[in-house]
Design a protein around this ligand. Sequence first.
Ligand code: IPM
Ligand code: MG
Length: 358
Amino acid sequence: MKLNIAVLPGDGIGPEIMEQAMKAVRIVCKKYNHELTCTTALVGACAIGATGNPYPDETHECCMHSDAVLFGAIGSPEYDNNPAAKVRPEQGLLAMRKKLGLYANIRPVTTFPSLQHKSPLRADLVEGVDFMCIRELTGGLYFGRPQGRSEDGNIAYDTCVYSREEIARIVRLAYGYAVQRRKKLTVVDKANVLATSRLWREVAQCIEKEYPEVETEYMFVDNAAMRLIQWPGSFDVMVTENMFGDILTDEASVITGSLGMLPSASVGVHTSVFEPIHGSYPQAAGKNIANPLATILSAAMMFEYAFNLREEGSAIRAAVAASMASGIVTADISQNGKSYRTTEVGDWIAEEIARTKN
Ligand code: IPM
Ligand code: MG
């Protein structure tokens, strides 16, 4: 098969972790005889530096012409503490999501037995946790207008907007996963306070009738935040609006032991994007210490979701599991005090893929 991939490393640790993921991608393509074409493009702070635009047209064209996008991370401290900055790296990510129509962000939350000691939760709560958070990605507070400041600068506002169509398409997508899994869907909202949440609930209650085999549960977001640490095993598929999903998935990720572990797939109208859920971790940039596993697992999702190449995805997952079982991991998830560099982990995983028989 011909695989045409856009590679967007981004900022901070992005380039380092992307390099490791690409080692895995290349070796898988070689092993399974796929013809790989990769085009690297700029996004985030590095794109602002080079072009003034965090998501340049050239990068958008490259994504549009590719079969899948592998994305690293964006963000830079020089913008974070500078409220006056006119453009921000994050706007690049938001523009990419919007222009590619990526309305659904699929974040699987799975635990790894060898990581249980790193979880802030007791082992009996974490064991076997396996759920999927479906986060709406192109609406809500992130994109609603008006957004800004009053003329005197003393009042700021963001607007949360959702239409029936936007809600219906993501809720349907979530039911699609629930049907294939353990047949339980949790719709997370704040319907006791927010008008948009009441529309979410109304639309979800209509669609619920189309899926009688799925148990649907409605939960306020504050309760969901609590339940995630109290009883994470009670979730199967969770669907929620953009900002609630952003917050809840960071919380969910540490249950698995490290923020450095969780991959994601953003899907919608045009080319799908595969990206770790963590950020650009600028403090670690260039130090060869960042955990590349979330990006490598995002590459596995890319083979499975964008190309329907399940064996290829499994080969990557198996090599990641083997690296953890053998303790070939970065410091954030090491068990015995012995840890490896980012590049060593990437090399080991690529070699493991090459080594293993089909
Ligand atoms: C994420 C990130 C982004 C978001 C930031 C970098 C804009 O936190 O992908 O979860 O809030 O969506
Ligand atoms: Mg986030």
